[in-house]
Write a protein that binds this ligand. Structure first.
Ligand code: ZN
Ligand code: ZN
Length: 349
């Protein structure tokens, strides 16, 4: 019997299972969404197995839970909070350019309607017979006018003389503001594109970079605490079967690897947020036209640590805010060497 013959029933069973699942859950018929669901389920199962087995194997922890329930309660709250933060980040919008366009159009529409109605009331007060242009006709022309206004507004953010064609996404056919990029996994353009996270099944961008950092932070704390619990389990001088120690050692090794990865990610994204950069800008600096000539030590979009932190984590209007490319004078100022006054005033860019 060849390998192909052995694998055939397995492949057929898998195909049948997928077909049945697709019938009950139509979203699973899309391969990308299916991969995303499988990855998310695997991640949740991984958490449940690592933490669940600890409570099953460790008798000392079971006794401690009975004596000091608050200790286990805090640990379990952190565990649940991490999973909630995972789904919260996964379901959040990274800030798509099409949504920014919609918000911009709605704002302009409201603004135009408000000015029109105020004009109308002004005319009626003055007893004038002048009537303003009707809604339906102007509605059609508004669409084209809004697109032109969007292009004007976006191109004003680039240095003078920039061509619209250079900054038009060939996939979405829209003019992109600075720092935006098309994501081939989401098939949409994202404001302040950082990267596409396969584990979260979404892009990390302007709208969810802060949530992503907090998720990594919670995972890091949970990993450290779980490692401590596994080490305490192995150090406890109690008679137990060899395989229990074996499982604990394997899980501990996996947790150590995860912790190293999480710590590096946490520090790296902390640095990016403090300097107002994205992973894409850092890695592909030479590819981005307006960053190509700028020295490595200059972070052109940085406004200082405090302001950068505020913009990413607290600013309510930062979801669809668009930043202009700084002028050469501004960049030369940020590239100035440090003086004593800068250190006192906490200049960190
Ligand atoms: Zn695009
Ligand atoms: Zn994406």
């Amino acid at each position: 019997m060849t390998m192909v013959e052995i694998c055939r029933p397995v492949t057929a069973a898998w195909a049948y299972l997928l077909e049945r699942c697709s019938l009950h859950f139509p979203c699973l018929s899309d391969p990308d969404r299916r991969t995303s669901v499988i990855l998310k389920t695997s991640l949740v199962l991984f958490h449940l197995v690592i933490v669940g087995l600890l409570f099953v194997l460790d008798e000392h922890l079971q006794r401690k839970t009975q004596k000091e329930p608050w200790y286990t309660a805090i640990y379990l709250v952190l565990f649940v909070a991490t999973l909630v933060q995972y789904f919260y980040t996964s379901g959040s919008t990274p800030g798509y350019v099409v949504d920014a366009m919609r918000v911009y159009n709605d704002t302009r529409h409201t603004f135009l309607n408000t000015s029109r109605s105020s004009e109308q009331s002004a005319s009626s007060i003055m007893g004038s017979s002048i009537s303003s242009v009707g809604g339906r006709a102007s509605g059609k022309s508004n669409s084209g006018a809004f697109t032109t206004m969007w292009v004007k507004q976006v191109m004003a953010l680039y240095p003078q003389g920039s061509s619209t064609r250079t900054w038009t996404c060939t996939y979405c056919n829209i003019v992109l503001p600075p720092r935006a990029k098309h994501c081939h996994d989401c098939n949409k353009c994202v404001l302040q594109f950082d990267h596409h996270c396969v584990w979260l099944g979404t892009c990390i961008g302007q709208g969810n970079h802060c949530r992503f950092w907090w998720y990594i932070f919670e995972e890091t704390v949970l990993s450290i605490w779980t490692i401590i619990l596994y080490i305490s389990f192995l150090e406890a001088k109690t008679e137990r079967e060899w395989w229990k120690n074996g499982i604990a050692i394997v899980f501990l090794a996996i947790l150590f690897l995860c912790l190293i990865f999480l710590l590096l990610l946490l520090i790296f994204h902390g640095y990016l947020i403090l300097t107002n950069q994205t992973t894409y800008e850092l890695i592909r600096r030479r590819r981005i036209l307006y960053l190509r000539e700028i020295p490595e030590r200059v972070h052109p979009f940085s406004k200082g640590v405090c302001r950068n932190l505020y913009d990413v984590c607290c600013s309510r209007d930062s979801l669809y805010a668009m930043e202009p490319v700084p002028t050469r004078d501004d960049m030369e100022e940020t590239a100035q060497p440090y003086t004593c006054i800068d250190i006192v005033s906490c200049r960190c860019f």
